[in-house]
Ligand binder design. Structure first.
Ligand code: HEM
Length: 321
């Protein structure tokens, strides 16, 4: 088949998949910017893009784009090196910056891939994958800001991300105009324009990513994503549906509308009570009890995480029920 057997066909595939990835990265960067100005809205977007059918189709399509782009990149590099033999770079009069990126596209791609592995473990595996698995973890999978807190609270995360962004800048800056050349739009008038547009586009996207990494790091170190009252209320509403199976539909509404302090106090009291051996013995023949205990304990893990290091509110220091 022409697309896979000829060098022009392979370059065409690289260009088309590259263009789709540029659009994804741009969309992703704009979406992340919402987390800077309105973190609760960002969580709503994460919820919308969770494990719904349309998001799953988009994620599968995106994964396919990455796989095709990477496989063809390796194929083209091997083919080019075989064709050139020992003389790897025949053209030596190109400008230094362009030359460096174009020579190192594979290496830059590998750095981006390494960044993506870390990134997927920090976010996707804890969000969409958790939802696909249907696991009831303490951190609700749609709570993107909790995972920002977790990731950017680590000292090494911004360093790894900035390295990834720099590699992305060089890779996208070269890839942008080169994809037009690959599809045959290579007139001497247009290539300099594509280079300029590509440079601006890439610089804006990468600058936004860097700004986000800085803001998320500063806020995570201030525990903002744990302490913000609007976010706490949102996390609480996100775990409320967990209670439906064990405590009935009324529990969802009651929990969603409760002030966070009251919710924390009630959950802790319930957990203390339900975890007492005599209470467990009393409910030994109740098949619903183990699941109820697990749900309440899960809520307490989230509450303890959010309130870590905080003095308990006076009304929370009440004797066990
Ligand atoms: C400050 C920088 C970034 C942050 C905070 C961030 C955050 C996120 C979050 C929250 C998700 C959602 C996971 C989910 O819902 O399953 C995600 C997914 C993803 N991110 Fe990023 N991201 C950043 C930069 C990047 C960059 C530079 C790339 C690409 C080079 C990238 C590629 C991806 C991919 C491929 C996914 C999976 C999308 C899917 O499941 O459909 N991210 N990211």
């Amino acid at each position: 088949m022409w697309l896979s057997s000829s060098s022009v066909g392979r370059k065409f595939i690289m260009a088309v998949t590259g263009a789709c990835l540029v659009l994804f990265v741009t969309f992703h960067c704009l979406m992340n910017s919402v987390a800077i100005v309105w973190p609760a809205a960002y969580n709503s977007i994460c919820e919308f893009l969770g494990a719904n059918w349309y998001a799953l189709i988009a994620s599968a399509g995106l994964a396919l784009l990455f796989i095709i782009h990477i496989c063809y990149a390796v194929m083209l590099t091997v083919q080019n090196r075989a064709a050139r033999g020992s003389v790897r770079y025949a053209i030596e009069h190109r400008p230094k910056s362009v030359e460096w990126s174009s020579k190192n596209m594979l290496v830059l791609g590998i750095v981006i891939l390494a960044f993506l592995c870390v990134h997927m473990i920090q976010f996707w595996a804890k969000m969409q994958l958790q939802e696909i698995r249907g696991a009831h973890e303490a951190f609700p999978p749609a709570a993107g800001t909790i995972f920002l807190q977790e990731a950017f609270g680590l000292v090494w995360t911004p360093i790894v991300y900035i390295i990834g962004f720099i590699a992305l800048w060089f890779h996208m800056n070269h890839g942008f105009w080169s994809m037009f050349q690959s599809v045959g739009w290579d007139s001497t008038a247009w290539i300099p324009r594509f280079k300029k547009i590509g440079c601006w586009w890439t610089t804006i996207v990468v600058a936004l990513f860097i700004a986000q990494a800085i803001v998320f790091t500063v806020k995570a170190h201030q525990d903002f994503y744990k302490k913000d009252p609007a976010l706490r209320a949102q996390y609480q509403a996100m775990i409320a549906p967990m209670f439906e199976k064990d405590f009935g539909p009324d529990a969802v509404q009651a929990i969603s509308g409760m002030p966070f302090e009251t919710f924390s106090m009630q959950m802790k009291q319930m957990a203390d009570n339900m975890n007492r051996p005599e209470v467990a013995a009393y409910h030994a023949n109740d098949p619903a009890f183990p699941s109820q205990v697990e749900t309440v304990n899960t809520a307490v893990i989230l509450i303890d995480y959010l309130t870590e290091g905080e003095e308990p509110a006076p009304q929370m220091m009440m004797p066990n029920m």
